[in-house]
Design a protein around this ligand. Structure first.
Ligand code: BGP
Length: 487
């Protein structure tokens, strides 16, 4: 079977990296608004780029003045807040059937624990949905994409604190009630597996506040709260709009054994299990036994409230969405060169080239991911992030010849189509990450560009923010028009 005729081609973004207008119309500060571009840290050092001390977060939370000098790049994003009409017109020109966006929690509940929602924030998304409706573009909305209110990090313990479930569900109830008639596709937590990789942006957890504690136990607990919240959010959405479709969202890592040594094969299997844990819980509704065994071995206690297990079982997701950028290798031997640039450090795959940020480029790994996920769950899949972060050059005639990006997308889309046509995977859609340039989640760089549309802004926030089509724009337009036939 070819791609379905109603295949959802589109593009992905997140409010915290795209909207800007960080304190406009009553918006509060999110954890993303306190992270900054730090050129003093190597851009391939993912872990260091994620770490912020308590003092840094506190200082940033009281610095609400000059975003460009202070380098809080996510405060300006790509200024979608003021340019949404122009951007949605560009989406329509590309032929988008869907647009992946998130709703910034802090536009609706500026501090997370507010009594009443902020009407000006709600009105902004009304305007966005009006505009999308004009062009028949279906919104795909993430409820939490690295943007909890910073107040919940400073004055509570972020998602470690069980009260945060209630704050989040109040936000969910508010936005789902308001927009349910306009939004059919929802995702609960972006990359729900990322708690330990970047606790601040995923869980509003400031590590220093837990000094002396077993941090892994803290993350396990915070994760559990997100799982319960995700199940209850799914219930809220289905109660309000029964035919709505709710997805989980995981970082799909494909892990290969470096050698045929059975120990390497087992190590790769274990690494992939760490990925599936998160979809297993949200699709099947319970923790796998091996996870309890692991917690036991590590002496970690997971505290559950009475009823949590029943909630997780009762409200599983309808589909599985995921991001896919690269793959990695593992080995139990001392062979192999470390691959430190990736989100996950692993061992370099000698058969693959890497991006400028050290991410291995592996289109066949996408096909493998699709097959593995579909064989495991037999539920529809959705690729909601994929793409190449690269430095683009604007030529003197204004053109941007991003052939490398076309090549990355072409080879990945080709494998995606094979997974559907040959391997029988049920795939709902494809939304490449950062269809338009936006601020990097990991390093807060603007120069790590993913878009088919260029945004004139540098790493320090200087520029006109004007939009410019790259060479990949007309290429992607053609791909969408031909439903993936003309690559
Ligand atoms: C994913 C996130 C996105 C996005 C992307 C690319 O992990 O869900 O928010 O930014 O990665 O990462 P980066 O922006 O660091 O290049």
């Amino acid at each position: 079977m070819p791609l379905r005729p109603d295949f959802l081609w589109g593009g992905a973004t997140a409010a915290n990296q795209y909207e800007g207008a960080f304190n406009t119309d009553g918006k509060g500060l999110s954890v993303a608004d306190v992270t900054k571009f730090r050129p003093e840290i190597p851009m391939t050092d993912f872990a260091k780029n994620q770490y912020y001390t308590l003092a840094e977060v506190e200082a940033a939370a009281s610095d609400t003045a000059d975003d460009s000098v202070l380098r809080y790049a996510k405060r300006h994003g790509s200024d979608f807040y003021h340019r949404y009409k122009e951007d949605i017109a560009l989406m329509a020109e590309l032929g988008f059937k869907t647009f992946r966006m998130s709703i910034a929690w802090t536009r609706i509940f500026p501090n997370g624990d507010d009594e009443k929602p902020n009407e000006a924030g709600l009105a902004f998304y009304d305007r966005v949905f009006d505009e999308l409706e004009k062009y028949n573009i279906e919104p795909l909305v993430t409820l939490s994409h690295y943007e909890p209110p910073v107040n919940l990090a400073l004055n509570y313990d972020g998602w470690y604190d069980r009260q945060v479930i209630d704050f989040f569900l109040k936000f969910v109830n508010t936005v789902v009630t308001r927009y349910a008639s306009r939004v059919k596709y929802w995702l609960t937590f972006n990359e729900v597996d990322s708690m330990s990789r970047h606790p601040l942006t995923t869980g509003a957890i400031i590590e220093e506040k837990f000094t002396g504690r077993n941090l892994e136990e803290v993350y396990v607990q915070a994760m559990h709260h997100q799982f319960v919240a995700s199940a209850l959010a799914t219930k809220i959405i289905h109660d309000i709009r029964p035919e709505a479709q709710v997805g989980c969202m995981i970082t799909k890592r494909t892990v290969y054994p470096l050698t045929a040594n059975p120990s390497d094969v087992l190590a790769a299997q274990a690494a992939e299990r760490d990925v599936y844990l998160y979809s297993d819980v949200q699709v099947r509704g319970y923790y796998p036994q091996y996870y309890y065994n692991q917690l036991n071995q590590k002496g970690i206690t997971l505290v559950k409230n009475l009823g949590d297990d029943e909630i997780m079982r009762a409200y599983p997701v309808d589909f599985i969405s995921f991001s896919y950028y690269s793959s990695s290798c593992v080995t139990t031997t001392d062979k192999g060169e470390t691959d430190s640039g990736n989100i996950y450090s692993g061992v370099k795959n000698p058969y693959l080239k890497t991006s400028e940020w050290g991410w291995a480029m592996d289109p066949q790994g996408l096909r493998k991911s699709l097959i593995d996920l579909y064989d495991r769950y037999q539920k529809p899949l959705f690729i909601v992030e994929n793409g190449l972060g690269a430095i683009d050059k604007v030529e003197s005639d204004g053109s941007i010849n991003d052939d490398y990006r076309i090549e990355y997308l072409r080879t990945h889309i080709r494998e995606m189509i094979r997974a559907v046509e040959e391997d029988g995977v049920d795939l709902l859609g494809y939304t490449p990450w950062g269809w338009i340039d936006l601020v990097s989640a990991g390093t807060s760089q603007m120069s790590k560009r993913y878009g088919v549309v260029y945004v004139d802004c540098d790493d320090y926030g200087n520029g006109t923010f004007n939009r410019r089509k790259k060479k990949s724009f007309s290429w992607y337009q053609k791909v969408i028009k031909s439903n993936g036939q003309d690559l």
